[in-house]
Structure formats: structure tokens, C-alpha cells
Ligand binder design. Structure first.
Ligand SMILES: [Zn+2]
Length: 252
């Protein structure tokens, strides 16, 4: 994988954002493989409203978002209702996030589409009455609400990861595809708190310390502690953590 971005491609474009779009799309089209099957991805001809790339093997689609220095933590997205419809109907593409430094790709990761749940969509304020599209409500995708394990890096801090490692990590979280929206939300939230615990080994109590935070995210639920235990068991069964006995766990 060659990390150099070829700016010769974008000579004719005046705007900086258009240049970046053309150059990064060109790079991804030449260097990136499908996260599901490892085959090279193809670019859609012409501009499609949502996706930029597809895999001809399994028809997975991808959208690319690029930013200078660090990968995006928040993406301004389309109309709120349309977005909710898109993610609940499974028509959402997977997301590629790219960051670049000078003329080189610094980070590149994929977020599988099934991690883009309603809990990462933030409704924006409706446009004010005097705006041209008064009442129009947009939304943001909150990338920082997705646990780190859900961001599968091909390139991290300028270092290219081995392809089989990338596909392996992507596969590790694939079980979430089958989960319902509700149970997926709980698993992801508990993954997120496990990541917040600084040490590799932790106790059940360390996880319980986040009870208040999880209660805020799930105000309708009044059994947060049993929910935490249940999700830790799921993570253990999926070999994301190990149970050491006596209320102790280790991250894998
Ligand atoms: Zn594929």
C-alpha cells in the first residue's frame, strides 16, 4: 500500500475541499480492499448520493470521508429523518475515514455499517423560520461514540497494517451484524466503558463505576448492573475479553 497522495490529479480543481476529495478518492480506489472479503474495491462512475465505492464480489458499498491531521470525530450528514430511515433499512454504506498529513495518508480506517446505529446520530437544530429551508433538520454522525474496536485501521499513524490482521479484526466484531438495534446499543456502550478503563485487567466493580453514565444513555432501563454483567458475558463469548474468575476480567 502506497501512502502518497497524488495531487497532480486535482490540478484543475480550484477549491481545496474538491482537490482533497478527488485525490483521496483516487488513492482509495487504487490502494484499498474490501473489509469483508479482501478483494480490491471499485469506484462508482459519476457521483452517487451516498456511496463512493463498491465491492464487485459481495456488493458492499463504502463512503469515504477525509480530513487533515486526524480522522473525523463528527460528520455533518443529511436530513435527520432520511438518515434514520437509511440506517434502519440497512441501505447505509460502510464508512471509510481517512486523515492525511502533508501529501501522505496518515490514518485510514473502516467503520462497518452495522455500527452506525441510531445512538450515534445526533439531531441538529431545525433551521430557523427565516432560513430558505425553514424547519429542515440535519444530523451529525458522532464517530467518537463508536468504540475503538469498531474502527478497523488499515493505516495507523503512518504505518500500514498487515491485511490479514485487518480482516481478522473486522471479522471479530461481525457478530454485531445479527444483533437487534437494542442489544447492539448495549454491547457497544459496554465495549466503550471497557475501553475507558485504563488497565488491561479490571474488575466487575470497575465496570459498575460507569453505571451512572449508562443509566443516562438508557433512562428507560432500571437494571443497569445486570445489563453490564450480561454484556461482559457477550464480550467474553466473542473472545474480546477473558474471564479470570472472582469478578476479574482481562482485555484481549
Ligand atoms: Zn467484498
Amino acid at each position: 500500500m502506497n501512502l502518497t497522495l497524488d495531487f497532480n490529479f486535482a490540478k484543475t480543481y480550484k477549491s481545496r475541499s474538491q482537490k482533497i476529495r478527488v485525490v483521496t478518492e483516487n488513492w482509495a480506489g487504487k490502494n484499498v480492499y474490501c473489509a469483508y472479503c479482501g478483494k480490491p474495491i471499485c469506484r462508482f462512475e459519476n457521483n452517487r448520493p451516498v456511496a463512493d465505492f463498491y465491492c464487485s464480489n459481495d456488493h458492499e458499498e463504502y463512503e469515504l470521508k477525509s480530513k487533515a491531521k486526524t480522522i473525523m470525530t463528527k460528520i455533518m450528514a443529511a436530513q435527520y429523518d432520511k438518515m434514520i430511515e437509511r440506517i434502519t433499512s440497512d441501505k447505509n454504506p460502510n464508512l471509510f475515514l481517512l486523515s492525511y498529513k502533508s501529501e501522505s495518508v496518515n490514518n485510514f480506517c473502516v467503520i462497518p455499517k452495522y455500527l452506525l446505529t441510531t445512538s450515534v446520530i445526533e439531531k441538529r437544530k431545525p433551521l430557523s423560520d427565516d432560513a430558505q429551508r425553514a424547519g429542515w433538520t440535519g444530523c451529525n454522525i458522532l464517530i467518537n461514540r463508536i468504540p475503538e474496536i469498531g474502527k478497523v485501521f488499515y493505516v495507523k499513524d503512518g504505518v500500514v497494517k498487515e491485511k490479514n490482521k485487518v480482516l481478522e479484526q473486522f471479522n471479530k466484531i461481525a457478530f454485531l451484524k445479527q444483533e437487534t438495534v437494542e442489544s447492539k446499543g448495549w454491547i457497544l456502550d459496554v465495549m466503550k466503558i471497557v475501553e475507558k478503563i485504563k488497565t488491561d485487567e479490571f474488575t466487575l466493580q470497575d465496570a459498575y463505576d460507569f453505571e451512572g453514565e449508562l443509566q443516562n444513555l438508557h433512562p428507560e432501563n432500571h437494571n443497569v448492573k445486570p445489563k453490564i454483567r450480561q454484556q461482559l458475558q457477550v464480550l467474553r463469548n466473542k473472545k474480546l475479553i477473558e474471564f479470570l474468575g472472582k469478578g476479574k476480567y482481562r482485555k484481549l
